[in-house]
Design a protein around this ligand. Structure first.
Ligand code: FAD
Ligand code: MLT
Ligand code: ZN
Length: 790
């Protein structure tokens, strides 16, 4: 049986010579190895065997890891489906896991089986002993259940019907994917009905512009990756079991895998989810938007919930452009301390010394070598990302300011005192808040930066950022706070302090509750402490201010930028000519860096990296190609930090300019990128030439800021804008709040972006955590859903 396959890892080329010359260590050339084959049902680990022997003595009965331990048998004679134990005990790994079958669960009978056959057809209702044997045993051969039934639904509707029925009959079920789980979660403990969604294995859509893949939950990870290869993309996660595990299983276990260090957690990469609850309700949370801040991000609860909250049936996931080069080094270290030292020196060497020293030493002769160093460094940089506990929420402004004192194009940060870096990296844990504050400041000033940046950075607080799940200008590079917030302390409405302030990059113990608070806009609790993953500060930045003749060119430019600039692309923002005009009119000292012209669109592209000349070369080559291809009509690259600041001022100053101009109807929409600007054009037609309709925003994230600017508020104008803008967004499966939240303005409009079932579950959660509704009332959720009787 070839089911449990460790797939081949493609090692394009080992860079022996490079690292040898850099580190004078012995390297073996790494070779391609073929996949190993693992089979289930192999011999048990002797320690496990020993353990079970002890257990056997303890319970005075037979106990084998591949056999049930059955005590006090009360066989059900009521069925002709073999007798099932009414009360069973199981002991798998520790004394604490002795389990008694829940007597309130029903036992499967022939009527049940007939019913399932009606729903699924004969061949998807499996009673065959051999097939049940495989489905009853886990991958390690350590856990074995005694289910008599395996169901293989082919659609969400079928999953829903199965659960509805099981719920009313009180039949327990176990959701199963590729059955590669390692904690006994995927197999029945007793006689639970197994539901395997492996037949739901269709790719629903793939968008080559955004890299967003939507598929059914039963798709095998490796198949998805193979599909993506043909499109120049790859899955953001990779694990040894990829030949068997299913994406639904990956999401339900919040799988980490081999590339977590680079691509981060599924909490950041899963954009949408469809899940069926125990009562058969289908929760459609299958968004394909990078940003959606309408209410609680419920899907986050299901990520890592191990099938205990619902069955995942469809997943939408952000994939990554496939890198055009890979290197792999296989190293030997004499002890663990050396491994740590090696990691430190690699990172410091490649990120800090290299741009200064390597060229001077004459050992880095070619641009290619530089590129190798940089790519390797990029793979490692995340390893040393510093986790900071920002104990005082008011710090945000200062911290962001400190971090943005970066110099563009100067590369001077590379020359910072390395001794300081070492002392920071090896600093003992600070013992007081003041010390911590100092350390935070030093770290940020020297080496790290916040993953988010927004126009309001001088005033907003980190607690507010988390509570609104703020996106900002560098979301395209550093991703969502759902991926970057590692821990949170929050105070509930009744005063309970929820300490979720972990600082671990990975923690799959139970539901990731903090995710519920990210973006909940103060309606579930007050955030009091945050732990956040910061990013190594780039030592080189470049910024280009470009003009494009039409929206299609902007879109194509984005697509190209993602491909050609890859890992160094850190911002892709756009504004239309009306926005430019408004900024020039209302903000003092702002000038168009391009000669006055008739360009309809302006784009800001920023890169961030560690190698000034390499990054610059890469950006310039990209700009040149795009100009030759007609995607860019005109453009200029900032030559120093002052020019860069003046370019950013145009984009960041828009909100201020709008307020100065008078009244503003402001909408913050997530839309498929190709549709994004159509709403601006339609709105212009709808309102007529007398109204100023502006479009700008975070093009790289599919996030449009649509603004209607006028001297004063007027209800007749508003009536033309709303509900049209919401209906239009909903029709195109967009979100009516990409990053700003719902607040008071859109609390009653949530249904344009969230299904009634989803809103209902949100209301239940709100009632659970804040039964009296004292927290931020009238916001986020419609009042009539929270309090229908009022
Ligand atoms: P506040 O505005 O004070 O509060 C916002 C919400 O969070 C409220 O519901 C409040 O009750 C809740 N809240 C605040 N603190 C806590 C807490 N400690 N615990 C629980 N709930 C809390 N937003 C973006 O996403 N991207 C941008 O690019 C962006 N640019 C902006 C530019 C300008 C010029 C301005 C004025 C705003 C911009 N915003 C942007 C919007 C705003 O800055 C963000 O929503 C920000 O995250 C709000 O943080 P704050 O501390 O100001 O929160
Ligand atoms: C921005 O991106 O500038 C902010 O979200 C604020 C705005 O929409 O005006
Ligand atoms: Zn914004």
């Amino acid at each position: 049986m070839e089911k449990w396959r460790i797939s081949r890892h493609i090692v394009k080329r080992s860079s022996t010579s490079l690292f040898k010359s850099l580190l004078s260590t012995n390297f073996e050339k790494s070779i391609n190895t073929s996949g190993s084959t693992y089979k289930s049902g192999r011999n048990c680990n002797p320690y496990v065997e020993h353990y079970f022997q002890c257990q056997k003595r303890h319970f005075q009965t037979c106990c084998h890891p591949l056999r049930d331990y059955t005590g006090n048998l009360h066989a059900s004679k009521a069925t002709n489906l073999e007798h099932i134990c009414r009360i069973q005990y199981k002991s798998f790994g520790s004394v604490a896991t002795q389990i008694q079958r829940n007597p309130s669960f029903s036992t499967l009978n022939s009527d049940d089986v007939d019913h399932f056959k009606k729903i699924l057809g004969e061949k998807n209702v499996i009673q065959d002993e051999d097939r049940l044997l495989t489905a009853n045993v886990d991958w390690m051969g350590k856990y074995k259940g005694s289910s008599k039934l395996l169901l293989q639904p082919r659609s969400t509707e079928e999953v829903s019907q199965i659960l509805k029925y099981c719920n009313t009959r009180c039949l327990a079920v176990v959701p199963q994917g590729g059955n590669t789980g390692l904690v006994g979660g995927s197999v029945p403990v007793f006689d639970e009905v197994i539901i395997n969604v492996g037949s739901m294995n269709h790719i629903i859509s793939f968008d080559e512009v955004s890299g967003i893949l939507v598929c059914e939950a039963g798709c095998i990870l490796e198949n998805l990756d193979s599909f993506l290869v043909n499109h120049g993309f790859m899955m953001p996660l990779d694990l040894g079991a990829k030949g068997s595990c299913q994406i639904g299983g990956n999401v339900s276990t919040n799988a980490g895998g081999l590339h977590f260090v680079r691509y981060g957690s599924l909490h950041g990469n899963v954009l949408g989810l469809e899940a069926v609850l125990a009562n058969g309700t289908v929760l459609d949370m299958l968004g394909t938007l990078r940003k959606d801040n309408t209410g609680y991000d419920l899907k986050q609860l299901f990520i890592g919930s191990e099938g205990s909250l619902g069955i995942a049936t469809k997943v939408s996931i952000l994939t990554s452009p496939k890198p055009s080069s890979k290197n792999l080094a296989f190293l030997a270290c004499k002890d663990y301390l050396s491994c740590q030292d090696a990691l430190d020196s690699f990172t410091v060497y490649l990120q800090v010394y290299m741009p200064l020293d390597v060229g001077a030493k004459g050992s880095c002769q070619s641009g290619e070598m530089y590129q190798q160093c940089w790519r390797f460094a990029f793979g490692l940089e995340a390893v040393l990302e510093m986790v900071l506990c920002l104990t005082c929420l008011g710090l945000c402004a200062k911290i962001i300011q400190a971090m943005t004192d970066n110099s563009y194009l100067s590369g001077s940060e590379g020359s910072l005192d390395v001794a300081t870096k070492f002392s920071i990296l090896t600093s003992p844990k600070p013992s007081s808040k003041n010390q911590l504050f100092l350390l935070v400041k030093i770290i940020l000033a020297v080496r790290f930066m916040m993953p988010l940046d927004l126009g309001a950075k001088g005033s907003c607080q980190i607690g507010g950022n988390v509570s609104t799940n703020a996106g900002g200008l560098h979301f395209v590079r550093y991703g969502s706070l759902h991926g970057n917030v590692l821990g949170l302390e929050a105070v509930l409405a009744n005063g309970t302090v929820l300490d979720m302030l972990g600082t671990l990059r990975k923690d799959n113990t139970g539901y990731d509750l903090k995710q519920l608070f990210i973006g909940s806009e103060g309606s579930l609790g007050i955030a009091t402490k945050v732990s956040i993953l910061t990013s190594p500060k780039p030592s080189s930045k470049n910024l280009a201010f470009l003009a494009c003749k039409d929206y299609l060119s902007c879109q194509k430019l984005l697509q190209e930028a993602k491909r050609k600039l890859g890992e160094i692309l850190s911002a892709f923002e756009f504004l239309d000519s009306q926005s430019m005009e408004l900024v020039l009119t209302h903000l003092e000292g702002v000038r168009n860096p391009l000669p006055p012209s008739i360009y309809e669109f302006y784009v800001l592209i920023e890169t961030r990296g560690t190698d000034e000349s390499y990054d610059k070369e890469k950006l310039e080559a990209f700009l040149l190609r795009s100009m030759e291809g007609g995607l860019i009509a005109d453009g200029v690259v900032a030559q120093d930090i002052n020019q860069a600041s003046s370019f950013w001022r145009i984009r960041e100053g828009l909100s201020e300019a709008l307020v100065k101009a008078g009244a503003v109807y402001k909408y913050d929409l997530s839309l498929p990128i190709e549709k994004m600007y159509s709403i601006v054009e339609e709105m212009r037609l709808r309102l007529g030439q007398s109204e100023k309709v502006l479009g700008y925003g975070h093009l790289g994230d599919g996030n449009l800021h649509l603004n209607i600017s006028r001297p004063n508020y007027d209800d007749s104008v508003l009536a033309k804008i709303e509900p049209f803008v919401y209906e239009w967004t909903s029709k195109h499966r967009g979100s009516i709040s990409a990053e700003h939240g719902l607040g008071l303005m859109k609390a009653n409009e949530i249904h344009y972006s969230k299904s009634p079932q989803t809103v209902q579950v949100m209301a239940s959660i709100k009632k659970l955590l804040d039964p009296n509704g004292i927290l931020n009332p009238y916001k986020v959720l419609p009042h009539n859903i929270l309090y229908p009787e009022a």
